[in-house]
Ligand binder design. Structure first.
Ligand SMILES: *[C@@H]1O[C@H](CO)[C@@H](O)[C@H](O)[C@H]1NC(C)=O
Ligand SMILES: *[C@@H]1O[C@H](CO)[C@@H](O)[C@H](O)[C@H]1NC(C)=O
Ligand SMILES: *[C@@H]1O[C@H](CO)[C@@H](O)[C@H](O)[C@H]1NC(C)=O
Ligand SMILES: *[C@@H]1O[C@H](CO)[C@@H](O)[C@H](O)[C@H]1NC(C)=O
Length: 508
């Protein structure tokens, strides 16, 4: 009895001692790194971590001997484990099937699960997915199953609330949103239709299959139905604004909300700007959750095409898949590629001779030449596996998006990188610096980007969403798990492909 009481007191004391990571990540904690930037140690205390992985600790140990710069190592040590340390809000099984893993992963400082973020948060652990010491594979299965459930229930939506099985309390979001189709606000957190959410589901499915070859998993639960659900929506979202006789058509999806922000709602009574039939899929919202200007968002269509191809390979191996479904996926991938080639390759503004990819088009000749930091972006196309980084049109596009010709390339003494309208002009996104490294073979370009990343964290030692290019103390989002994981993934990639760069000094 006495022992029990003591044990209970200890447990509740530990629970109370875990601070909210939202405030913890705003403050500096010792011991500080030994370099000039004296970066904070930002991992939560072991008792406060949301998932323990010896494979992650092993990777940190290996990197400690490869990375010679103390500040660069500290940034890796803080950021790589961030998703497992802080965002695995719940892990369990479906109420009606005790074999069906479920896992609810929050995006960081917002208490909801994004389809895109959760796929990418897991992607940072792709290289250790199969490690026998711990069960990262079960987190992958849990995320895929929960995403499948969401896609079956509300396929137009992008971010979701905890499943009832978790018992996690939440308050419904969404007062004031007028969206068709309507949705249950005990399930959905926000319902911005973003095509890359579909690509993200297929991407995490591919990552899991590629590492485990566990094909049976995909036939067991709701995966096939989820793919059918998203293919139906993608087909509906190819429909044009006008019928051949000129009659204005409706849309299966509309979105309106009262907001101060031009990029927060859709014009034309929730329809967005008109589009012609091209074979591309409309994405009224970008991966930043801002509205698009022209709805055929090229990077999202490219990412969707690429992961439909690998999704079709999985579908083709499932004995219980409906006939023709794998073929439907690979046909759609091929027609998306053809439509991108036909409608999205446009003359470069720099010389009018060479060609580049537009960021968005409308099928009437309307196009927007820019890039946004959020992935999928034009900059990240080779990282997504859509094309090879030596592709000449990609190289022209890359030169354009990394120049002042891109209205969202933000320059300054602190950091220069692609930003985006989600924050404001003059703010660079570290995520875009990371994408630049992941798509470069140029040692000096990579070292320059690493130097900017290490020196611009405001001493906090985490990857922020955006940074004012003239003042690093003006950043957004102290707890952005995906960006932290992507930094870790990039360092592990360098350790394989360019380990010599990790031995360099990044001191001022
Ligand atoms: C992780 O390990 C620590 C001990 O090092 C423990 O206190 C904590 O509860 C573990 N976290 C989980 C989610 O199991
Ligand atoms: C569990 O419930 C889901 C709907 O939430 C349903 O699609 C699925 O078939 C059910 N599974 C079993 C084993 O009953
Ligand atoms: C897994 O990925 C590797 C590297 O991209 C590729 O070579 C291999 O074919 C993939 N395997 C499967 C089964 O998808
Ligand atoms: C719009 O698409 C139709 C075919 O669907 C095509 O005939 C027409 O030329 C297109 N309009 C423009 C301005 O490209």
């Amino acid at each position: 009895m006495w022992l029990w009481t003591v044990a209970l007191l200890v447990v509740s004391a530990i629970a109370q001692r875990c601070p909210s990571y939202s405030s913890y990540s705003r403050q500096r904690h010792g011991p500080f790194s030994a370099g000039a930037y004296q970066l904070s140690y930002q991992r939560p205390a072991p008792a406060c971590r949301t998932f323990n992985s010896s494979a992650v600790e092993g990777a940190i140990g290996r990197m400690q001997s490869l990375i010679k710069d103390p500040d660069l190592f500290r940034l890796f040590e803080n950021s790589f484990p961030n998703t497992l340390d802080t965002t695995i809000a719940w892990k369990g099984f479906a109420a009606n099937n005790s074999d069906e893993d479920l896992c609810f992963i929050i995006t960081g400082d917002i208490n909801a699960m994004w389809l895109r973020d959760s796929a990418n948060q897991m992607q940072s652990y792709r290289s250790i997915l199969n490690s026998p010491e711990d069960d990262i594979a079960s987190l992958y299965r849990g995320v895929i199953n929960l995403q499948a459930r969401y896609l079956n229930e509300a396929p137009y939506c992008n971010a979701f609330l905890p499943p009832p099985e978790s018992g996690i309390a939440f308050s419904p979001n969404g007062a004031g949103y007028v969206v068709t189709p309507s949705y249950d606000n005990r399930v959905v957190f926000s319902c911005n239709f973003e095509l890359d959410s579909f690509a993200a589901f297929l991407e995490i499915s591919h990552d899991y299959y590629n590492a485990t070859q566990d094909i049976d998993f995909f036939g067991k639960f709701q995966w096939i139905a989820a793919v059918q659900s998203l293919l139906g929506v993608a087909t509906d979202m190819m429909e044009p604004t006008y019928a051949p006789d000129g009659a204005a058509l409706g849309s299966t999806y509309t979105f309106q909300v009262s907001t101060m922000s031009f990029t927060g709602t859709l014009g034309n009574f929730g329809l967005g700007n008109p589009t012609n039939r091209t074979g591309l899929v409309r994405s009224p919202f970008r991966p930043s959750d801002d509205t698009s200007v022209f709805e055929f968002l090229v990077p999202a269509n490219a990412m969707f095409a690429r992961y439909l191809e690998t999704g079709a390979e999985i579908m083709d191996l499932l004995p219980n898949a409906p006939r023709g479904l794998a073929r439907q996926m690979s046909d759609m991938a091929a027609s998306l590629r053809a439509a991108i080639d036909q409608y999205a390759i446009v003359p470069s503004p720099s010389d009018g001779q060479t060609t580049i990819y537009a960021y968005e088009v409308d099928g009437f000749g309307g196009r927007i030449l820019m890039d946004d930091a959020n992935i999928p972006s034009l900059l990240s196309l080779p990282f997504l596996g859509y094309l090879d980084r030596d592709d000449p049109i990609y190289q022209n596009t890359r030169q354009f998006v990394l120049s002042s010709g891109n209205p969202w390339f933000s320059r300054g003494p602190v950091i220069s990188a692609v930003g985006g309208p989600h924050i404001r002009p003059g703010t660079a996104w570290p995520m875009a610096s990371i994408a630049r490294i992941l798509t470069s073979d140029d040692d000096e370009e990579i070292v320059g980007q690493l130097q900017e990343l290490v020196s611009s964290t405001d001493g906090l030692g985490l990857i922020h969403e955006s940074i004012n290019t003239f003042d690093q103390s003006r950043w957004t989002r102290q707890w952005f798990s995906w960006a932290n994981g992507l930094f870790g993934q990039m360092i592990l990639d360098l350790a394989v492909n360019k380990p010599g760069l990790l031995a360099r000094s990044f001191q001022p």
